[in-house]
Design a protein around this ligand. Structure first.
Ligand SMILES: NC(=O)c1ccc[n+]([C@@H]2O[C@H](COP(=O)([O-])OP(=O)(O)OC[C@H]3O[C@@H](n4cnc5c(N)ncnc54)[C@H](OP(=O)(O)O)[C@@H]3O)[C@@H](O)[C@H]2O)c1
Length: 324
């Protein structure tokens, strides 16, 4: 089968297309004919060996796919050859076939295309659990979303609006802010054009209830300063490449809560919230109220370019590999 191979750790350009043997499904696993895969920021980090979990090279990157079940391993219940599924794995999705744990996939609703399904899982689930279970966003609340043009950010804009919140999107370009506005953001702040602290104070004079932060770096502190007394700040990621240090006197003075969301820990420790959120999100997907914005599509042959595009922060919404 054709696959994008990362032969040694490095920047996206080390990834090349090769013919490799199809992986065999073990007990509890299925093999999927991959139709579409989406590129996530951590894929870039895994290739560079800069992610918190290390994968030895050579390996096929790719953590999110959608396709059709091609074979099932021993002990798999409830899934059969021919079922349309989407799901997540650590690596292996950027290939014509991938092996994934049967419990790591979900049936793709009939009305949802493979590309939409592949683009949905990581970003929308991260955004939804962060908003719904971690921040406990309520209708009428003011939510600031950093990185609002990116995969997680744009999903957070859409889902915060679906939860009844008013959204202030923060991003680096007019195109990204336009995409956020199209998904329901009421306000937009371009952090390249303005002093973020002053711009947020002007936009939200009474302060925000919640900040969703997948970016980190120099944006976090001014966003935290924009919280009202008792507000909530959710740390989701550090796409800027820099983990910010927050002066704790701000937390003391604002009586605010800084909370984290990390998928694997959430799955392990917050099982009930996870199950509830997944069911709610799937219903939103099937109802067309949660649909990923696919900003760019690349063929499998151009996986390196797709990874570079995401790694450089250029993606608007999701970037998808059309595998078949
Ligand atoms: N906690 C979890 O479980 C979880 C799950 C999924 C993702 N994440 C993390 O969340 C972060 C965002 O993921 P994503 O899929 O939304 O990524 P993305 O689509 O690439 O968006 C990231 C955004 O970060 C901003 N950014 C600032 N400096 C950047 C830089 N040096 N390089 C790239 N982007 C930069 C960009 O926004 P502007 O141009 O508007 O500034 C960009 O739109 C990543 O760090 C990822 O690892 C965490």
């Amino acid at each position: 089968m054709r696959a994008a191979l990362c032969p040694r750790h490095g920047p996206p350009d080390v990834v090349r297309i090769e013919d490799v043997p199809a992986p065999e499904p073990g007990a509890g696993e299925i093999r999927v004919d991959v139709h579409a895969a989406s590129v996530n920021f951590p894929d870039v980090l895994i290739c560079a060996n800069e992610y918190q979990l290390k994968v030895p090279a050579p390996f096929v990157p790719g953590s999110e796919l959608a396709g059709v079940v091609e074979s099932v391993g021993e002990g798999v219940d409830g899934l059969a050859v021919g079922d349309r599924v989407f799901g997540t794995l650590m690596v292996g999705a950027f290939a014509e076939q991938a092996v994934v744990g049967a419990t790591s996939v979900t049936r793709t609703p009939d009305a949802i295309s493979h590309q939409q399904a592949a683009a949905f899982g990581v970003a929308h689930r991260t955004a939804y659990h962060s908003l719904r279970s971690v921040a406990d966003v309520r209708p009428g609340e003011e939510v600031i979303v950093l990185g609002a043009g990116g995969g997680v950010g744009l999903a957070a804009v859409q889902l915060a609006v679906a939860l009844g919140a008013t959204v202030t999107a923060v991003a680096s370009s007019t195109e990204k802010l336009d995409a956020a506005a199209a998904l329901g953001a009421t306000h937009g702040v371009n952090h390249r054009d303005a002093d973020l602290r002053a711009a947020l104070k002007e936009t939200l004079p009474a302060g925000a209830d919640v900040v969703i932060d997948p970016v980190g770096g120099t944006l976090s502190e001014p966003a935290l300063r924009a919280l009202r007394y008792g507000g909530r700040f959710v740390v989701v990621g550090f796409a800027a490449g820099e983990i910010p240090r927050i002066p704790l006197n701000l937390v003391l003075l604002k009586g605010c809560r800084i909370m984290g969301f990390e998928f694997r820990s959430f799955m392990t420790h917050e099982t009930d919230a996870m199950v509830r959120g997944e069911a709610e999100l799937l219903a939103l997907l099937a109802a067309g109220k949660a649909s990923p914005h696919i900003g760019a599509t690349f063929p499998l042959e151009e996986t390196a370019a797709a990874l570079r595009y995401v790694g450089d922060g250029n993606a608007i919404g999701k970037v998808v590999l059309a595998v078949r």
